[in-house]
Design a protein around this ligand. Structure first.
Ligand SMILES: [Zn+2]
Length: 261
């Protein structure tokens, strides 16, 4: 269950090593859907930050996980990352628990479209929109003065014409689709072991799988820099950066029974 890493992949950590380090209060589903200004601010910042997200490439950790899968040592990857980089690294089986930033959903008609297409439409709707990128947030949005936010023109769904668009990621205050959670629980329960990679397990969204594994007597191993909220359930805890551990692990392990991750 890999978390995310800032430097190697070029995408800021979704939650930060301590689970609290972030510049902005995270967007909630309620604010996004009910507050037009909050929604405008989200899209304006996100529009500016998208190129950085879109340009990110898998790091050695992503490649190591994919290598473990191809070697038959890891079955399913459950990730809380929304950057799609496990798939880009060649991971054959990934459940993206919190969705993907490169897809956009219409809250009215339910159609899923690509973020690249939305990016093109937002550029056309905001031809003179220029702002300096000061910092990038975990969701790919950036610091932006209010005046520039007010000048930004979001767009509606290009298919039904009027629906509200939302990145296909799970916001705070929103629940993960139940079928997706069920797939994760099934993968965990079929596993001989659960390996947690780079997550502080701060939110129950990911921690519940550790709790389920522990209840079923499935060994849990955690590799993370710093303590996690799952440590009490773990058989093994390794306090180390993933970038140092994962490539070595992938290089050193031989054949064996599949691990569920
Ligand atoms: Zn629509």
């Amino acid at each position: 269950m890999p978390g995310s890493g800032r430097t190697p992949a070029g995408i800021p950590d979704y939650r930060g090593p301590s689970g609290v380090a972030r510049r902005h209060t995270p967007m909630t589903f309620q604010a996004f859907t009910r507050d037009p200004l909050a929604r405008r601010r989200y899209w304006a910042r996100s529009h500016l930050g998208w190129r950085l997200i879109a340009g990110a490439a898998p790091n050695a950790g992503h490649r190591a996980v994919a290598g473990l899968q191809h070697a038959g040592l890891v079955d399913t990857v459950i990730t809380q990352n929304v950057d799609g980089l496990h798939g880009a690294a060649g991971s054959p089986s990934v459940i993206e628990l919190h969705g993907r930033l490169d897809e956009v959903t219409c809250l009215d008609c339910g159609n899923l479209t690509s973020r690249e297409e939305l990016h093109r439409r937002l550029r056309e709707a905001n031809p003179e929109f220029v702002a300096r990128v000061a910092a990038v947030n975990p969701d790919g949005d950036v610091d932006l003065p209010d005046g520039q936010v007010e000048a930004f023109r979001p767009v509606d769904c290009g298919i039904c014409g009027t629906g509200m668009l939302k990145p296909d990621v799970v916001f705070f205050g929103e629940t993960v689709p139940p079928q997706r959670v069920a797939r994760c629980f099934a993968a965990v329960e079929q596993a001989r072991a659960l390996l947690v990679l780079g997550s502080s397990l701060t939110v129950m969204s990911g921690r519940r799988f550790v709790i389920r594994a522990a209840k079923r007597g499935i060994p849990v191993a955690i590799v993370n820099q710093g303590p996690t909220r799952g440590d009490g359930h773990a058989t093994v805890c390794v306090d180390a950066p993933l970038g140092a551990v994962l490539p070595q692990l992938a290089a050193r392990v031989g054949a064996g029974a599949p691990l569920g991750v």
